[in-house]
Design a protein around this ligand. Structure first.
Ligand SMILES: [Zn+2]
Length: 491
């Protein structure tokens, strides 16, 4: 159950239309006639309201201030960690002070608890290496082993090794081989661990999930810095003995976590979903990934509450948990919408200064997004409307439910975004203007989506969704992470 406090201040700006009408369902002549007859009465997005929403969001520092508190008070928000729980509770409490009732929707998932892991260089000299375990790496008794060069981790790279059994492999930074494949090849050749050299220089680390399926890793897998990794690689390639000791204490454990959901009921059941993942890696503060999205949804909630709490359609805001380890929160929330008409899901994952809006291959959203961009006037998005489907964040589980989804293209400067998943993803990387500028563009779109008449709310047919992923060559990657619900190819 949830309760919403909804001041009706904007009510006079938007005229009523009968609720319960299956608005936008295409191909029904009777309904089309009803729509036509109702047209003079039905709601339209009010440009003045939209402009006020935009101006308020742009002028409001509250989203950035919220993100600063979230980052500095709790640090990284690894799903299931005490820091993540405390940050969830703080967010619900801060929403409440804005008059917004949000609820925690709890769920269980395969979790992973990071402990004091140790990667130590033993030869040619002794020193601790800077390293971070992939999630779902399992604990093991400490062991030491010589290091070998795995190249890019292909079967043919491993087949070249003279005696890889019991060794620890160094994996090239630029490998394009999927994690599951190089892990399987390493296990097959008897390796006991993998050290993957970071792609980004400067002593940085890349935290990452080892398994979208939440399956325990067969052997320990670590990311190490580019500088230390290349040092070891040069020694190995010169024929020197390089010896490393691994001790993993981190462990897998089923955990309970929660999404935060806040609903602004509309005059119809038609729903617009806006989501952002709340969780982050634990090395830094998760400020960019995805504190930005977390704060944008927070700031969106605030401006909606003030300027447009009640719209034609229902607006459902969701902060997801478990995204980094395998889109767990969105995989739980998306099916809860079954039986409800949904206009679109907007996913906000690391949206910087807004440059474009992306219809993810849903051609029938393009006219709406073009109207939206035009309506921004002097704030029009520089790169306009894109139409490219992509995989790797929380919109996918909604797409798999047949729901149209939208993302934004935004700029986070390269000198900041380089710290993605590193210790330095901290609040100082987020320009205080970023959250307000992005929220203004996002809120204007949400308002339009919630009030434009005639938008489709029907689910896409499974065959069309499948074709949409295939068109953008996403099938292999989705299969490799176990997120391909469509039929296996015919042999
Ligand atoms: Zn992210």
């Amino acid at each position: 159950m949830h309760h919403l406090i909804i001041p009706n201040t904007q009510f006079h700006l938007i005229s009523e239309k009968p609720s319960g009408v299956a608005w936008g369902r295409r191909g029904l002549a009777g309904l089309a006639l009803l729509t036509l007859l109702a047209a003079p009465l039905c709601a339209q997005p009010d440009q003045a309201v939209q402009d006020a929403i935009y101006a308020d969001a742009l002028a409001d520092p509250a989203g950035h201030a919220f993100l600063t508190r979230l980052c500095d008070d709790f640090g990284g928000r690894l799903t299931g960690s005490p820091a993540n729980w405390s940050a969830l509770e703080r967010t619900v409490a801060e929403l409440k002070t804005l008059g917004i009732e949000a609820r925690l929707e709890k769920f269980k998932m395969p979790g992973w608890i990071r402990e004091q892991d140790e990667v130590t260089l033993l030869a040619p000299l002794r020193r601790p290496l800077r390293a971070v375990a992939f999630s779902y790496t399992q604990p093991h008794a400490p062991f030491e082993a010589d290091v070998v060069d795995l190249g890019e981790g292909r079967e043919e790279d491993l087949a070249k090794l003279v005696s890889p059994q019991g060794k620890i492999g160094l994996l090239a930074p630029n490998t394009t081989v999927p994690r599951g494949q190089y892990e399987a090849a390493a296990v097959k050749h008897g390796l006991r661990g993998i050290l993957w050299i970071n792609r980004v220089a400067g002593g940085q680390l890349l935290a990452r999930t080892g398994s979208f399926k939440g399956e325990p890793m067969q052997i320990p897998l670590y990311n190490i810095t580019q500088e230390e990794g290349n040092w070891l690689l040069r020694l190995v390639q010169r024929g020197q003995i390089v010896r490393v000791r691994l001790h993993t204490r981190s462990h897998c454990e089923e955990i309970e976590t929660a999404n935060i959901v806040a609903t602004f009921p509309g005059r119809t059941a038609d729903t617009v979903v806006v989501g952002a993942h709340f969780d982050s890696w634990d090395l830094g503060q998760g400020a960019m990934d995805n504190g930005t999205g977390t704060a944008q949804v927070f700031a969106l909630a605030k401006v909606l509450q003030t300027r447009a709490p009640r719209n034609e359609r229902t607006i459902e805001l969701v902060w997801f948990n478990g995204e980094e380890q395998g889109l767990w929160g969105s995989r739980v929330h998306a099916p809860t919408l079954r039986g409800r008409p949904v206009t679109a899901m907007i996913n906000l994952d690391m949206v910087g200064f807004p440059l474009s809006v992306n219809s993810l291959g849903y051609d029938d959203l393009l006219p709406l997004l073009e109207r939206y961009n035009t309506s921004l006037g002097e704030h029009k998005l520089k790169q306009g409307v894109g139409n490219i489907n992509w995989f790797g964040s929380d919109h996918t589980p909604y797409q798999l439910e047949g729901i149209r989804a939208i993302t934004f293209g935004g700029l986070i400067p390269p000198e900041s975004v380089r710290y993605y998943h590193d210790l330095a993803d901290t609040i100082d990387k987020v320009d205080p203007k970023l959250i307000p500028e992005a929220t203004a563009a996002i809120a204007a779109l949400v308002y339009r989506l919630a009030n434009e008449p005639g938008l489709p709310t029907d689910r896409m047919a499974a065959a069309d969704t499948e074709a949409l992923f295939k068109k953008f060559a996403l099938e292999t990657r989705m299969r490799s992470v176990g997120l391909w619900p469509f039929a296996e190819p015919k042999p």
